[in-house]
Design a protein around this ligand. Structure first.
Ligand code: PMP
Length: 386
């Protein structure tokens, strides 16, 4: 049996049969089962913030699993506590943290928190992605993903992303929260117009609704700042995180700012594994390494180099580049992203054909200048003849 046949026989097919079996990784590279090396420009989809097998994560996880692998939330979990304090510190907010195991769980926590305002109406965005659990799926504004699972939660309206007037007419005194991504990652790295998050902050504040920023994809340095909201100069009521936070281990977080944090009272919510010490040790290694290695500035400069480099190619198939930091969408003039990704794979690059006409790059934050330049130089070959 081939690897693909074994996969098809044993694994539920939610993603289509994958082309590769990835066996190991180091830095920004991974190796498949045949020993071929690839530059990983998707990093497990925005997860491996420090790349693969980073010594700081290996050391932190190894030490923690040898010391204390798990403790229930009925005792004080010292590693989770330290990570919560560090997160609030880099976020620059007064608030409280609830840990989860994934992005969808972080969003579920935010959703339940919003119900405790006594309101039930929610506003989210068309094209937005917030996860696949039933509540998060209700917020997700992508028809194809929702339809097979209806009926979903009642009371959720999806407004066009980036449209301030639409948001203004959708939010009212019964709205519990507006849930929005600073950049729509899964929709193809869609960037809202300047001032959108500020307007969202004003509109929600005016009606006493929560502003829930889903930073699962944009948070923890991906855009060149710890969080996207810091670039926008707004302070949300709730921030959801996952992906890069655990550097490859399953870790999500819901940060509630100010009084919002006190809506959860004992008995309201919980999760067995949320805040697992090994995952939180990895999270601390991620935060410490980003800070000690100056990765925020690095992300900004490498991200700009890639964007300028791809635009500078003036390739007839490339319509433009969008995104920020190391969350980059390369817009194609034809719907050939799958073919481009297949060609790139043969040339040793993992890239993500997120939409038929958009390639997403979400490389490790440690991606170096030379590897970034090599990808840009090899991109025309991947687009050749498409
Ligand atoms: N929110 C956003 C913005 C995401 O990009 C994702 C994952 N792509 C999620 C939530 C869900 O995260 P998870 O897959 O860890 O449940």
């Amino acid at each position: 049996m081939t690897l693909q046949q074994r996969w098809e026989a044993a694994m539920m097919n939610n993603y289509g049969t994958p082309q590769l079996g990835i066996e190991r990784g180091e830095g920004a590279y991974v190796w498949d089962t045949d020993g071929n090396r690839y530059l990983d420009l998707v990093s497990g989809i925005a997860v491996n913030a420090l790349g693969h097998a980073h010594p700081a994560i290996v050391a932190a996880v190894t030490e923690q699993i040898g010391k204390l692998g798990h403790t229930s939330n009925l005792q004080i979990n010292l590693v989770a506590l330290e990570l919560a304090e560090r997160l609030l510190d880099v976020a620059g907010v007064e608030g409280k943290v609830l840990f989860a195991n994934s992005g969808a769980e972080a969003v579920e926590a935010a959703l339940k928190l919003s119900r405790l305002t006594g309101r039930t109406k929610l506003v989210a965005t068309q094209g937005g992605f917030h996860g696949r659990t039933m509540g998060a799926l209700t917020l997700t504004g992508q028809e194809g993903k929702r339809t097979p699972f209806e009926p979903l939660l009642p009371g959720v309206t999806h407004v066009p992303y980036g449209d301030v007037a639409a948001l203004e007419s959708a939010v009212d005194g019964d709205t519990a929260a507006f849930v929005v991504e600073p950049i729509q990652g899964e929709q193809g790295v869609v960037v809202p117009p300047e001032g959108y998050l500020q307007a969202a902050r004003e509109i929600t504040a005016k009606h006493g609704a929560l502003l829930i920023l889903d930073e699962v994809q944009t948070g923890i340095g991906r855009l060149g700042t710890w969080f996207a909201f810091q670039q926008a100069g707004v302070v949300p009521d709730v921030i959801t995180l996952a992906k890069g936070l655990g550097g490859g281990l399953p870790l999500g977080a819901c940060i509630a700012v100010g009084d919002t944090a006190n809506l959860f009272q004992p008995g309201h919510h919980g999760t067995t594994f949320g805040g697992n010490p090994v995952c939180c040790a990895a999270g601390l290694a991620v935060l410490n390494t980003i800070a000690s290695e100056g990765l925020l500035d690095h992300v900004s400069s490498v991200g700009k180099e890639i964007a300028a480099g791809v635009e500078g190619l003036e390739h007839p198939l490339v319509g433009g580049v969008r995104g920020a930091g190391l969350l980059i969408g390369i817009m194609l003039r034809e719907k050939v992203s799958k073919e481009a990704a297949a060609n790139a794979l043969k040339a040793g690059y993992l890239i993500n054909p997120i939409q038929p006409d958009v390639i997403r790059l979400a490389p490790p934050l440690i991606l170096d200048h030379d590897d970034a330049a090599r990808f840009v130089a090899d991109l025309p070959a991947a687009l050749e003849g498409l």
